[in-house]
Design a protein. Structure first.
Length: 655
């Protein structure tokens, strides 16, 4: 069934957990089968590819136990089996090499038709050199085939892995079962080297010995001692490219949960490419990665995706949204993956770009001007997926951009179910993220003086297209009006109450900032920040009459934000989460040590006493400064402004 993508009519504001890595899951399953003991694998990807690998291991005689968020592998292989590997490159190559390590075995392999065309020759030639005997039922060096195996005795191997890094990974892992040391020399190098590095690191994690000398040879030792009984799979960095790109496509903020650090997966480099391209800004927040909209330049860009080729489709699909020419190189080997990805992407992107050119190793996208994109395409654009999960998901992200305005769908994905290969509920999560982003959220940010409320609140509101309200300016404006009327705090509460009766306040909107107006006119910022106002504002703010006068007005800001079609409201002050909006979806309390705050005030040219100001705020009768119930405390003492903003945006995205 075809699937229309509903665009985000507001900036994305969501937290997304990508699934476990397919590449790591299938390597872990194979290494566990080679370990000679029971291994429990946590956070595995549950998808067609991993289920194919697990089923093949079952067919080989291994005991596979599947539980909530784990798979365990134990047992030993039989000497014969029929194995169906679907269109899973990892299962096809890894298992072909693995069974050849079994002495006196006979195995039959078949696959999806798409797998018949994918590169196997370099692997099969090496395995034949090592003694395996293949019989091909159709084309030579291709599925389907049967193989008689003799085991491995080690020695020298010359390997052609120029068309797929999985060929090298398959040989590396299988040679741990050889009876002696194996030396592997590459003919002409390989592609997607980070995936080979992943294999080597994982082999070592499981306790297998492999060396990568500077002369280019890989040496695998005969080592059968497994060091572990369990293994945890990282979040899939390739899958994480989609939520990162979603932030760019929708000009929003997306928190990618448990984003892997630079370790096993080379595709973590996609985040750096997106930053270099000016499409997003990325910030680490604990174990997560926050992707924020950015403003790309209009200049043409070119990037080499050889090492992170699985993510080139993500980058290419959203390229037409930004009105600049984009060239992607280093992708020749992707022409023999689940589909001819270069030609397929060129064909589909040309449906919503001015022109797309491609050759053996690159694709160049010439987009329409951003202002004319909506006028140049018909709706909906029907995207063929070629049974390729990455074509489906990358165009799904592109379709989230609201190019027509008003949420009119412009991309329709054919066969979206193909995404089950690596992320079965991808489109469900994409739709849930859209719904989450559509929900109006009120963010209450409280704290004392000089903790960073204003700078953090303004930037968060700007990023998310929320309306920003600085209640401190409300009190300054009232202080200015009262002082202008000759009313000093020393005249007492009755005089203040009487003076407030004639004050008419309303709201003016400047960008995404709501400013209080008096009598229909805004009071200039310079007038409410004089020394005289600074000396008296906290005294006025401590009066119950002033706080009561402003409470209803401040609460009305939710209605103003909704009426003006803002995505949410960020209000900062000293009683927002405790009094004004005690039921706010997100409540944050900023704090910092007194010395840090004193320095910040001094940098602003303000010399009032922090301790006296705190005492006045905390001890007033009405709405004293307290940390609101249910709020998240952020101590900003040793954090940069950017770190505090990222932490705050992450909390909003997760809400």
């Amino acid at each position: 069934m075809d699937y229309k993508i509903e665009p985000f009519t507001k900036p994305a504001c969501a937290a997304i957990q990508a699934p476990g890595s397919k590449s790591i899951t299938n390597r872990a399953l194979l290494l566990a089968a080679m370990a000679g003991q029971k291994i429990k694998i946590f956070n595995p990807l549950v998808s067609r590819d991993s289920q194919i690998m697990a089923q093949c291991l079952k067919n080989l005689g291994f005991e596979i136990e599947e539980g909530e968020n784990f798979i365990s592998v134990s047992g030993s292989p039989k000497k014969s089996a029929k194995l169906f590997v679907g269109n899973a490159g990892t299962a096809a190559r890894f298992l072909t090499a693995f069974v050849c390590a079994i002495k006196d075995g006979e195995f039959e392999f078949d696959s999806d038709e798409e797998m018949y065309k994918r590169p196997m020759r370099g692997l099969i030639e090496a395995l034949e050199h090592l003694g395996a005997e293949f019989t091909f039922k159709k084309e030579s060096f291709s599925f389907p085939f049967s193989v008689k195996t003799k085991g491995f005795s080690g020695g020298e191997i010359s390997l052609d892995a120029t068309q797929s890094s999985q060929i090298l990974s398959a040989i590396l892992m299988s040679q741990t079962l050889a009876s002696s040391e194996t030396s592997i020399t590459l003919k002409g190098g390989t592609v997607s080297k980070p995936f080979v590095e992943m294999t080597v690191k994982m082999m070592r994690q499981f306790g297998f010995e492999v060396e990568c000398p500077s002369n280019g040879k890989y040496i695998v030792k005969n080592s059968k001692t497994c060091k572990i009984s369990s293994y945890t799979v990282e979040t899939d960095a390739t899958a994480a490219s989609y939520p990162i790109a979603l932030a760019a496509a929708t000009s929003g903020a997306v928190l990618v949960k448990n984003f892997p650090r630079e370790g096993l997966q080379g595709d973590v480099g996609f985040a750096q490419v997106m930053q270099k391209a000016g499409l997003v800004k990325c910030r680490r927040v604990g174990n997560d990665l926050l992707a924020l909209k950015s403003e790309p330049s209009a200049e043409a860009c070119e990037f080499d995706f050889n090492d992170i080729s699985d993510t080139f489709l993500t980058f290419a699909a959203i390229a037409p949204l930004f009105g600049r020419t984009t060239k992607i190189t280093g992708i020749a080997h992707t022409r023999k993956q689940e589909s001819d990805r270069v030609e397929a992407m060129a064909r589909e992107i040309s449906k919503f770009a001015k022109k797309v050119e491609f050759d053996e190793d690159s694709i160049t996208i010439f987009p329409y001007e951003k202002s004319e994109l909506a006028q140049k395409i018909s709706s909906p654009v029907k995207i063929e997926t070629y049974k390729d999960h990455r074509i489906a998901m990358s165009h799904g992200v592109a379709g989230c951009a609201d190019i027509f305005g008003g949420g009119k769908a412009w991309i329709e994905i054919r066969d979206p179910q193909c995404s089950s290969k690596t992320w079965p509920d991808f489109f469900k999560i994409l739709e849930q993220s859209r719904k989450d982003s559509m929900k109006f959220k009120t963010v209450a940010i409280d704290g004392g003086a000089a903790v960073g409320k204003s700078s953090v609140s303004k930037e968060c509101a700007k990023t998310l297209n929320y309306m920003h309200v600085d209640t401190g300016s409300h009190y300054r404006t009232i202080a200015y009006i009262l002082l202008d009327k000759g009313i000093a705090p020393s005249l007492g509460e009755d005089a203040v109450s009487q003076a407030l009766k004639g004050v008419e306040i309303s709201t003016l909107i400047f960008g995404n900032s709501a400013r209080m107006s008096v009598g229909g006119k805004e009071i200039e910022d310079s007038l409410i920040r004089t020394d005289k106002v600074n000396q008296n504002v906290s005294l006025f703010a401590a009066m119950p009459q002033v706080r009561e006068f402003l409470k209803g007005y401040q609460r009305s800001m939710e209605g103003v934000a909704k009426e003006k079609n803002f995505a949410g409201l960020v209000m900062e002050g000293r009683d927002i989460g405790s009094v004004i909006f005690p039921n706010a979806e997100i409540k944050i309390f900023l704090d910092a040590d007194e010395e840090t705050r004193r320095k910040r005030r001094a940098n602003e040219g303000i010399s009032d006493s922090i301790s006296k100001r705190d005492a006045l705020d905390k001890n007033r009768k009405t709405a004293p400064l307290v940390r609101p119930e249910g709020s998240v405390l952020i101590d900003t003492s040793n954090m940069s402004k950017e770190e505090v903003i990222a932490k705050t945006l992450a909390l909003i995205a997760e809400a």
